[in-house]
Design a protein around this ligand. Structure first.
Ligand code: URA
Length: 211
């Protein structure tokens, strides 16, 4: 697995505003979109392109367009949904699939409670969106699920990661062709499995239940 912390002044600036507990939901959503657009730019850097012949008003020329098959963007419900718009700004022709995952509080197992993906994922490049890489359980399970469906490549985009979650994903997929892009690697997980300093509960902050 390749791990990338995207180091950019705009990302640092926007992430700080996102973390601030005084940032209201509507600004939080806007900042999330902007951050994902910036992370998505880096995460799509090696998408394959093919030649295309076009005419400009001045001359015929050979340009580039994204090669088929289209990228598949997979937000993990609920909080990953807040990242979808920002990613689609970067990849407007991408296809979108959904994975709903949640932890069983007793067994701590990750349960896939909803799935809406194209039937045939063979050969596809999937971009998995989940804002908080905390324990890593959800991302490990999402990647396993997609590999089982024969995707060619997985790129994960998170806003903030905890070292504990990163270790878990890396241990599960160390040798594999997987990329993980984040805006920041934070200090640690709290006993309640919040990322510290983090930004709180991303779903609650996105959808207003934290105000
Ligand atoms: N999920 C969140 O929304 N926030 C955290 O800090 C950890 C997991």
């Amino acid at each position: 697995m390749r791990f990338h912390v995207v180091d950019h002044p705009l990302i640092a600036h926007k992430l700080t505003a996102l973390r601030d507990e005084n940032t209201p939901s509507h600004i939080f959503r806007q900042l999330t979109s902007e951050l994902v657009t910036l992370l998505g730019y880096e995460a799509t850097r090696d998408l394959p392109v093919e030649d295309v012949e076009i005419n400009t008003p001045v001359a015929a020329t050979t340009g580039a367009r994204l090669a088929a098959p289209r990228p598949l963007v997979v937000p993990i419900l609920r909080a990953g949904l807040g990242m979808l718009e920002g990613m689609m700004t970067m990849t407007p022709t991408a296809e979108v699939g959904f994975l709903g995952m949640q932890r069983n509080d007793e067994t701590l197992d990750i349960i896939t409670y909803a799935e809406r993906l194209p039937g045939d994922l063979a050969g596809r490049h999937c971009f998995v969106l989940d804002p908080m890489l905390a324990t890593g359980g959800t991302l490990v399970e999402a990647i396993r699920f997609l590999h089982e469906r024969k995707v060619r490549r997985v790129t994960c985009i998170c806003l903030v990661a905890a070292p504990e979650g990163l270790k878990k994903v890396d241990e599960a997929y160390h040798q594999m062709d997987i990329d993980l892009f984040v805006a920041a690697l934070d200090d640690r997980l709290t006993e309640q499995a919040y990322i510290s300093p983090g930004l709180g509960d991303a779903g609650d902050r996105l959808y207003g239940t934290a105000e």
